[in-house]
Design a protein around this ligand. Structure first.
Ligand SMILES: C[S@@+](CC[C@H](N)C(=O)[O-])C[C@H]1O[C@@H](n2cnc3c(N)ncnc32)[C@H](O)[C@@H]1O
Length: 708
């Protein structure tokens, strides 16, 4: 299987692998090396061009996909984390961990220096002392890598020839005045008949590059035409050449300067590297690498920025069906999916909510970072995707995960008070066009209105689900695999405006471009610079966006609208709006022993229950104080007051049909209406029982970890 051919370029900040690098490896292994300078700038330039053989009539063609079994998970997602986040790995980071030292300045010429380098192989998760094993590992992998180098050189030669052919076709060489808009006097009929002909893609591509050159040096090359004319021309050509609809082509083009936009469109034509995340709940990366190398897989650590990722160059076996895969030692996951979890940095023993979790790449990554302690509520409303989530949770041995299936806009009414919340939001997928080219044609203006609306609602719910009192956390990460501003900066800016009790903080990610603070005349808060953008053409990863928030105070009551109020237009309605702050943080007291869960201390909890009920009333637009007044007028004592409120709640809950109607009008999950504060109030184990009774899928995996 040839997964490797397109995988030469490493992901993230580290430099691409070079032929020089492989030559060093060959020398190290005692394999003869052709002494031709390995990676001259000219060669590198050629390599960046696609070989002619990859094109059909000049149009870029999709590269061979990995086998079906692999794809199931890859579509699945991504997640992983900087092992930098757990303590062991932080230690490891001091050593550097790239297998075979892929950084460009590595020197392999002398044995002495090689010995130094070898020490660092997979040193992140293993003892450094085992250098013999590393030696073997290196030698085994080298065969595959040198094979890859030979192939790459062949491709280079092909590319060089293709480049020569292409340059022979070029007419507008530097210095010439490109004529891309045609003649003013061109006969209308002629223009029409031309437009009916199948486009010559080679010429189309040439015209795109020419137009970009003009736009970059408009003063000198504009030839008296307007910028708008050239922009319209290049967009038309991009649509024809890459097959985008006009709306999306323009939206994506506007994100970048013209030349960078071209690089982005180009990068979307080739798949990103195949990457697997080591499941540290079951194995170590070095052991996994050794096992896969023994099966004929050529691989390398994904980059210094991750301690758990392995980039696959070639494999003779389907990666989605190896014994290691089936035993849950790894998950196929795009490298960019590691980033949100790295930013979230969940800690052992925390309470974490993954709001849109299926198929679980990020959930299981969180579980690994938390070393299977604490609890992760992994939610996804899509039942069939949730099944995939359960499968991955089970396969990877994540034992601290409870799976549930709500529309996440129901949170925190379902459950709140989390130390950390991850919202990996449903999005348009403009960052993963290489994986799903249908995005090019099936996304319309409507999508970019509906999706951001949902994302904004989800983000507010996510914020309200965080416990700002958390002693270890109080963080929320919002991410999408889209690059549009509507789904990213605009959503974040909306949340900052609606929730003054959150602020953006550093993501802690080792690479990524700053988020926009202005775009097409719109200005965003300067703190948006703290968000991070990822593009296929800059880091060879899927397009991604990551924002990290810290919750610094309780959510203002007037910011949380009861469904009734939402329907009536929210704060704009005539209903009185409360101004006091509501601490919606439910009880998060941890208890260690089983017995304590069983002993439910009524008195201790009465106060909290009462508070939760009052908050519930506020969320429904009712004033709990009015009830207090009424109760005291009637001479009721506190306990009776509670009963009064409880009775009212019960009356409400006794109207399932009315509720169901209301919920479906609001697009809510009917089942989600039920548990509400009761689940919120429950302690972890009773919560588990209750949740499963009420339709939550309480999953405690039983597989014993096979960690060595
Ligand atoms: C990008 S995917 C999540 C990938 C996942 N985080 C992972 O790493 O494996 C987005 C998910 O959002 C879910 N989703 C869509 N609408 C939702 C909603 N209203 N509430 C919660 N999740 C939703 C989709 O079913 C989909 O599984």
């Amino acid at each position: 299987m040839g997964v490797g051919r397109r995988m030469g370029k490493k992901q993230g900040a580290p430099e691409p692998l070079s032929a020089e690098h492989f030559a060093k490896l060959k020398r190290k292994a005692g394999i003869p090396v052709d002494d031709t300078p390995a990676d001259s700038p000219a060669k590198r330039r050629r390599r960046s061009k696609k070989p002619e053989s990859e094109k059909s009539n000049g149009r870029p063609v999709a590269q061979p996909r990995q086998p079906k079994a692999d794809m199931d998970d890859e579509v699945a997602e991504e997640d992983d984390d900087f092992s930098g986040l757990d303590e062991d790995e932080l230690d490891g980071a001091k050593l550097g961990d790239d297998f075979l030292g892929s950084d460009d300045d590595s020197v392999y010429d002398s044995d002495q220096e090689m010995a130094k380098k070898e020490k660092f192989v997979f040193s992140d998760d293993e003892n450094d002392s085992d250098s013999d094993r590393e030696e073997k590992l290196t030698a085994a992998n080298i065969v595959g890598l040198s094979h890859k180098l030979d192939k790459q050189m062949e491709e280079d030669d092909e590319a060089a020839e293709a480049e020569l052919r292409e340059s022979a076709l070029q007419t507008n060489i530097d210095g010439d005045q490109p004529n891309v808009l045609g003649d003013d006097e061109e006969d209308d009929e002629l223009a029409k008949s031309k437009s009916l002909l199948a486009p010559d893609l080679q010429l189309l591509r040439q015209r795109i590059t020419d137009t970009i050159r003009i736009l970059e040096d408009f003063v000198n090359l504009g030839a008296g035409r307007s910028r708008a004319e050239y922009t319209a021309q290049v967009l038309k050509d991009v649509c024809a050449y890459y097959n985008y609809n006009e709306f999306l082509a323009e939206k994506l083009y506007n994100l970048f300067p013209p030349r960078e936009a071209f690089a982005f469109f180009e990068a979307n034509e080739s798949p990103r590297p195949v990457v697997i995340r080591t499941n540290t709940l079951r194995t170590h990366r070095r052991d996994l690498a050794q096992a896969l190398i023994n099966r004929g897989v050529t691989l390398e650590p994904v980059g210094k920025w991750s301690k758990v990722g392995l980039q696959i160059f070639e494999s003779t076996v389907p990666l989605g069906a190896t014994p290691e895969y089936l035993a849950g030692h790894y998950i196929l996951q795009a490298a960019s999916s590691f980033l949100p979890v790295m930013a979230l940095s969940p800690q052992p023993n925390e309470r974490v909510l993954d709001m849109a979790a299926a198929p679980g790449g990020k959930t299981t990554h969180c579980a690994a970072l938390m070393k299977n302690t604490g609890v992760i509520i992994a939610n996804d409303p899509n039942k069939s995707r949730a099944k995939g989530l359960i499968g991955n949770v089970y396969r990877l041995g994540a034992q601290n995960v409870i799976v549930c299936s709500y529309d996440a806009r129901e949170f925190p009414r379902v459950m709140g008070g989390f130390d950390r919340v991850l919202l990996d939001a449903p999005c348009s997928g403009t960052g993963v066009i290489a994986k799903d080219p249908s995005v090019k044609t099936n996304k319309t203006e409507k999508d970019f209105m509906v999706l951001p609306h949902t994302q904004k609602q989800l983000l507010l719910s996510a914020i309200d689900s965080v416990n700002h009192h958390s002693s270890t956390g109080g963080y929320l990460v919002y991410s999408t695999c889209s690059v549009t501003v509507e789904e990213n900066e605009e959503v974040v800016a909306y949340a900052l405006a609606r929730r003054p009790n959150v602020k953006l903080v550093e993501t802690g990610l080792p690479f990524g471009k700053e988020g926009f603070t202005s775009y097409m005349g719109k200005k965003f808060d300067q703190s948006l610079k703290l968000t991070r953008r990822y593009y296929p053409h800059t880091y060879n990863v899927d397009g991604f966006f990551v924002a990290k928030f810290k919750k610094i105070g309780p959510t203002p009551a007037n910011a949380v609208l009861a469904p009734e109020m939402k329907k009536q237009g929210g704060a704009a309605s005539n209903k009185p709006v409360e101004t006091e702050f509501v601490d919606r943080t439910p009880i998060t007291e941890e208890t260690d022993g089983e017995a304590e869960f069983a002993d439910f201390d009524e008195n201790e909890d009465a106060e909290y229950i009462d508070r939760a009920k009052k908050n519930a009333m506020r969320r429904r637009g009712l004033d709990p104080k009015a009830l207090n007044r009424k109760a005291s007028k009637e001479g009721l004592n506190g306990a009776e007051k509670s009963k009064t409120e409880e009775a009212k709640e019960e009356v409400k809950e006794a109207k399932p049909k009315a509720l169901a109607k209301k919920a479906s009008k609001e697009g809510l999950n009917v089942a989600a209406e039920k548990p509400k504060e009761k689940v919120q109030e429950a302690k972890p184990k009773s919560l588990n029982k209750k949740a499963s009774k009420e339709g939550l899928n309480g999953l405690k995996t039983k597989v014993k970890g096979s960690k060595k």
